[in-house]
Design a binder for this molecule. Sequence first.
Ligand SMILES: [Zn+2]
Length: 461
Amino acid sequence: MKPGLWIAVVLAASALCLAQQLPPAKSGEVRNEKHDSTETKPAPVTYIRAGRLFDSTSDNFRENVVIVVEGERIKSVQPAGAVQIPSDAKVIDLSKATVLPGLIDCHTHLGARADRYNPINYFKSTPYTQAFNAEKNARITLLAGFTSVRDVGSGPFMAVDLRNYIDSGYIIGPRVVASGPGISITGGHGDLNNFSPETHVTLFPEERNYQIADGPDQVRHVVRAQVKYGVDVIKILASGGVLSKGDSPGAAQFSFEELKVAAEEAHKAGRKIAAHAHGTQSIKDSILAGIDSIEHASLADDECIRLAKEHGTYFDMDIYNDDYLLGNAIKFGLEPENVEKERMVGQKQRDAFSRAVKAGVKMAFGTDAGVYPHGDNARQFATMVQYGMTPAQAIRTATQNSADLIGRSKDLGTIEVGKYADIIAVEGNPLQDVAVLQSVGFVMKGGVVYKDKLAGTPVQE
Ligand SMILES: [Zn+2]
């Protein structure tokens, strides 16, 4: 079939289906899930005995608590002595474990694999390979205890479809806050550089992959086009990057004017906007443009830190993956140019993290999963503690703070009455050794148990 004809058929089919489509969730808005639908039987009730509860509303544990889950939400959280558990009730006994809110990673690429660094893969991957990766990685991520992720950069519009498939219960994964492709200047971090001019992004030439934009008008158009296809969040590539060719992480790419248009347009549509920004100037421009989070923030100086505090801008700093990029990624074909760039920014980013923590900049938890293998997200906790956070601070970054950054504090981020029952548990004491979060033994999302090596509850496969 000719491409034009194919498009016509797709259009006709989608027009017929339009009435049945879900409207996209705006940030801060709760997406209805299958458990909210028109079920008539009473919602199942589960009693969770928590030996130790870190509910993420403070830096301390509560001992011997019972959490009552009704349907997909938390109905009560009380001292065990205050709760009468009926004899025929469903009980999950985590009395020997530490119970915490489901973790949130605000910087993932579920469609990416960490063993595909050879540039030949640009020409081998298809929208389908990305989706297969994402299906597998979504499951791995959920089972590692991450019940929500923000996916910040994938082909158009894989993350939107992934989010919808998970929300409808068709596949298993975390709640996904979906972006489209990271918006880039021509020749920038999101473009395909230093190949023959015969080589170009071809998926949607007229939209330049919904990704490449030059000048305020094109930026405005791409943001609107991404919103049209259902993204929850806009990702813009304000500076050069580490894993691209021919650009420098320290160099500003979009102008202040372009970033301002992107932020305004995203906010008008009720979306948050995240800026990839390693370089000092691009961090400042992004904060002043009103962007909600600075991804990487590697070369943040004192002025950037002061501005972030003043504007309440989140830093979302992926300080673990340096170990992987300078280790295994080289074996998987990471090119010398990229290794050199990582050497340039990796340690500086960790030092900037320390200074930002000390200054009290709002911090989210983002790891750039996909750069390193999915499921290892919790390895970053130890690096965060090494560079100046307390374990409680690091955990609250990945729960309460990250829920705030993605605009979902009403539903996520703490164990409190009315929130989604996104609950995990570990053996050991994460406030003494935060690395125990690398072995999450129990995972519940929206009241459904997906993993239970601690109490032996049957799980959703
Ligand atoms: Zn990234």
